[in-house]
Design a protein around this ligand. Structure first.
Ligand code: CA
Length: 234
């Protein structure tokens, strides 16, 4: 499967240069020329990496990083003419992974991308190893590697969003997760989501995994706050 890179850049010659350079390396490229487009592409195309210009016509690129980091850890390389340290620090503090200053050559660009992708891959795998790839408790079993969920030995079939929700609760088992955190994790910050969709999904999950959905033993409701999964054993 090709690595998808989103290029967010309003200067068309630079956009074309980056696109051509990266396509020659077999990356799959999607583009946006303003912040609104970028935010749509981020949620609809799920890129593996973002090249982000900070000076966009409709919004400061910093805001894109800030919003993105509420729900995603995909690598972001800031591409900008701005050279001030303060801007670099701000972008990195907000969660950007690296910074490349215009003008730059194709080799420098490719090197930065390879590094960011490698770090993202390692971070993902370290998390998977240190947090263990399977957890269980009281008949509930989840395997993060195979995305398998079982209750009392029986496989449970979940939709993609249901699995995403359940696995996030399971990875954070024992900890309360707010409606807001769960909403943003599953649907991103741009869908104006209320808690209704979340509640519907949660009630479907409970119907599938809880022996008695009215008196749940795996996922508890924290009224007015969110949900908490029982502490699972590694
Ligand atoms: Ca620009």
């Amino acid at each position: 499967m090709k690595t998808t890179i989103l290029i967010v850049e309003d200067e068309l010659p630079i956009l074309r240069f980056m696109k051509t350079t990266l396509q020659a390396q077999s990356y799959h490229i999607v583009t946006a020329t303003n912040a609104a487009e970028a935010e749509t592409m981020l949620t609809s195309h799920c890129p593996d990496l973002v090249l982000l210009d900070l000076c966009l016509p409709d919004k400061d690129g910093m805001l894109i990083i800030k919003n993105l980091r509420k729900w995603s850890s995909i690598p972001v390389i800031v591409v900008s003419a701005r050279t001030s340290e303060a801007d670099k620090v701000k972008a990195l503090d907000l969660g950007a992974d690296d910074y490349i200053t215009k003008p730059f050559g194709s080799q420098e660009l490719l090197a930065r991308i390879r590094t960011a992708l490698r770090h993202a891959f390692l971070a993902f795998n370290e998390t998977a190893v240190s947090k263990c790839f399977e957890k269980e408790r009281n008949g509930f079993y989840i395997n993060f590697a195979t995305q398998e969920v079982k209750v009392n030995g029986e496989s449970i079939h979940l939709t993609q969003n249901e699995y995403k929700l359940l696995s996030y609760l399971a990875k954070n088992s024992g900890k309360v997760l707010t409606y807001n955190v769960l909403n943003q994790y599953v649907w991103g910050p741009y869908n104006k989501n209320d808690t209704r969709t979340l509640r519907v999904n949660m009630s479907n999950i409970r119907r599938k995994i809880e022996p008695n959905p009215g008196d749940p033993m795996y996922i508890y409701t924290e009224v007015g706050i969110g949900y908490r999964m029982i502490e699972l054993d590694n």
